[in-house]
Design a protein around this ligand. Structure first.
Ligand code: SF4
Length: 641
């Protein structure tokens, strides 16, 4: 990375100094006097107060002192670092940075005088000579095993943070002219739980390609989310890396079909999955076509990528979590931190996207006049607020989490799932944090698939599981689409493709079988289709599902009368003679009790056949008795099967 000294000026530096007033202007920062640390509890887990009391800024260069203080202040103010992080960890790094600067560059005016690489090299050697360069090993879980990777010295990381923050402060060019864009400054749509807010173009060494990529990403940012644009940049970086390893220099008009074929072969040899390769080729195609159309680079204005270039995705079906894995997971839920356990319960019941759960607002529960609960959430993909019906049990879980947040963060905290303390910065939890907790649980509790391998949990599988369950439970495809918030029916149809016989049987066992009054087994999907018959798919949403699917529940089963027909036309107590009546094993005891009562009535009526009333009673109850006998026989036979 080049030095940005050209953007530094003495007056800008004086401006930074002028912003440091009161506590922040001092050369010694006492943590007890820090205006941003008034409510901080400095005790560690063992109850003992931890961390340094003071941070000393004793650089020989006054202006370097100012720059370090400025970055620490800004990061504290913007909650990038918490006071605990600063006084417990960062102060050690700052002490070393100051000691090194005093020895190595006591007269420096600014960190911007040199490139980060030069500073880093010098600091690294300084620490190494003193035996203070610590390259730690970081353990992480992947593919069911613990892997180890090297973790750079945190003192070096702090130097990088200080440098990059100053670089952003001094460099006042419009964001689009820089090589590192801060998506927050560009007003890009970002998921609140996202931890990365930058687009870095410095990985593209070819000047023409870097410039054209910036134009492309700027174009995409106008209509697409920040995360999508980050992915597109990643794919162009990949293309840039390919060009870079070629023995010849490639100019824009050198990009022709043979070069693209060479790239396709390069991509094919990589370890990336088919889905990644598809997106990568798709982004490159879009980029090259836009380059030619918008004249961002002198790329040939002709077709370079064809449909047949995309690798086939052999089995692009949703990856639902098998029932036996869900059972193992639920057995060990207590071993998860309580907030992660509650997130799992929300995902299991609702199938929301993990970003939607991470960013749930503290006040996300609503109860309607009938006492039913709804979960309010924001769908980033659809850019809209949604509400879905949830069970009483899940509402209680969410209320428990609300209480937990109040106890930890006080009232008024905006999110239901904050990043946990002590590192918590008042932001929502990240999806990585959640995924890691589940992978750790699978590893520690030995949650295995059928082949004995540790199961690889990923948050999105819960969504696939809920979608699969809904399809297998017979919920019409357009309702599943609305419920899961799929933009197009294409995604929902993938769930329908896995609706094979084996799966149906698996879910039928789980669900129990439904029977009608003749004792005939009916498939749940047919029941739901019957209820939704004639309804306008456009009106079918969460409310519809609650009011029409759940509310047609009867004390002993379900009424499948098409919703569009309105209220029951047959009057009270006619269900056991009605073809719309459906029931399942859960109501077996009720049916047996009902049969006993009805049999007594029938018996009495048969013994008193001389009265008109008893004849009427017999006429009414005999069919009910026979239907109950058929229902019970069928339920028992099918339940045992
Ligand atoms: S009688 Fe038939 S239509 Fe009426 S509520 Fe019962 S099952 Fe539904």
């Amino acid at each position: 990375m080049e030095s940005l000294y050209a953007y530094w000026s003495e007056s800008k530096q004086q401006d930074l100094e002028a912003q440091l007033v009161g506590f922040w202007a001092e050369d010694i920062w006492h943590r007890t006097e820090c205006p941003l640390a008034k409510d901080v509890d400095w005790r560690g887990k063992n109850g003992v107060i931890q961390g340094k009391k003071q941070i000393h800024f004793n650089c020989l260069s006054k202006s370097i002192n100012t720059e370090i203080k400025y970055v620490l202040w800004k990061r504290l103010e913007q909650q990038e670092w918490s006071p605990i992080t600063v006084w417990r960890h960062i102060h050690i790094h700052v002490r070393w940075i100051i000691e090194w600067m005093n020895a190595y560059a006591p007269d420096a005016n600014s960190f911007m005088e040199r490139s980060l690489e030069k500073w880093e090299l010098s600091f690294r050697s300084y620490l190494a000579e003193r035996g203070k360069l610590t390259i730690k090993q970081r353990q992480y879980l992947a593919e069911g095993e613990i892997r180890v990777t090297k973790k750079d010295d945190p003192k070096i990381s702090t130097l990088r943070v200080i440098y990059r923050n100053l670089q952003e402060t001094y460099d006042e060019r419009p964001e689009y002219e820089k090589d590192l864009w801060d998506l927050r400054k560009l007003g890009a749509s970002l998921v609140k739980s996202a931890r990365e807010h930058h687009l870095n173009f410095t990985f593209i060494p070819q000047p023409w390609l870097r410039q054209a990529t910036k134009s492309y990403i700027r174009y995409c940012l106008a209509t697409q989310a920040g995360g999508t644009c980050r992915n597109k940049l990643k794919y162009i970086n990949q293309f840039s890396a390919f060009l870079n390893q070629l023995a010849r220099e490639i100019k824009p008009n050198d990009i022709d079909r043979p070069l693209i074929v060479e790239y396709l072969s390069y991509l094919a040899k990589s370890d990336f999955g088919a889905s990644y390769k598809q997106s990568s080729i798709g982004a490159l195609k879009e980029f090259l076509e836009l380059c030619a159309r918008e004249k961002w680079a002198e790329v040939k204005d002709k077709r370079l990528i064809y449909l047949s270039d995309y690798p086939k995705q052999s089995n692009h079906l949703p990856k639902y979590i098998p029932l036996h894995i869900i059972e193992q997971l639920n057995q060990h839920l207590d071993a998860l931190p309580p907030y992660i356990m509650r997130m799992v319960l929300i995902l299991q019941e609702t199938g929301r996207r993990i970003s939607e759960v991470c960013c749930l607002h503290w006040d996300c529960l609503r109860q309607d006049a009938q006492g039913d609960w709804f979960l309010l959430h924001y769908q980033f993909k659809m850019k809209q607020q949604e509400s879905i019906p949830i069970s009483q049990e899940l509402a209680a879980v969410i209320q428990e989490q609300q209480e937990f947040v109040i106890s930890q963060w006080g009232r008024g905290f905006p999110y239901l799932f904050p990043t946990p303390k002590p590192r918590g910065k008042g932001k929502p939890i990240s999806s990585n944090h959640f995924n890691y907790a589940l992978k750790k649980l699978a590893y520690e509790k030995h949650i295995c698939d059928e082949s004995g391998q540790i199961y690889q949990f990923h948050s999105h599988q819960f969504r696939h599981t809920v979608g699969t369950q809904m399809i297998n439970n017979g919920v019409p495809i357009h309702i599943v689409q609305r419920y899961l918030g799929h933009k197009s029916l294409e995604m929902t149809l993938r769930y329908a493709h896995i609706h094979d016989q084996t799966l149906k049987e698996e879910f039928a066992k789980y669900q129990g079988k439904m029977v009608d009054i003749s004792g005939k087994v009916v498939q749940p999907e047919n029941v739901i289709v019957e209820m939704a018959e004639g309804s306008n798919p456009g009106n079918i949403d969460g409310q519809w599902m609650k009011q029409n699917i759940l509310a047609q529940a009867l004390p002993n089963g379900l009424c499948s009368l098409p919703v569009i027909q309105g209220a029951c036309p047959y009057g009270a107590n006619k269900c056991l003679n009605c073809t719309h009546f459906k029931t399942d094993i859960r109501y077996l005891d009720k049916h047996k009790e009902h049969l006993e009562r009805t049999s007594n009535i029938v018996e009495w009526a048969q013994q008193n056949l001389n009265s008109r009333r008893s004849k009427e009673i017999l006429k009414e109850n005999q069919p009910v008795k026979e239907n109950l006998e058929r229902i019970i026989k069928s339920l028992e036979a099918n339940y045992d099967a």
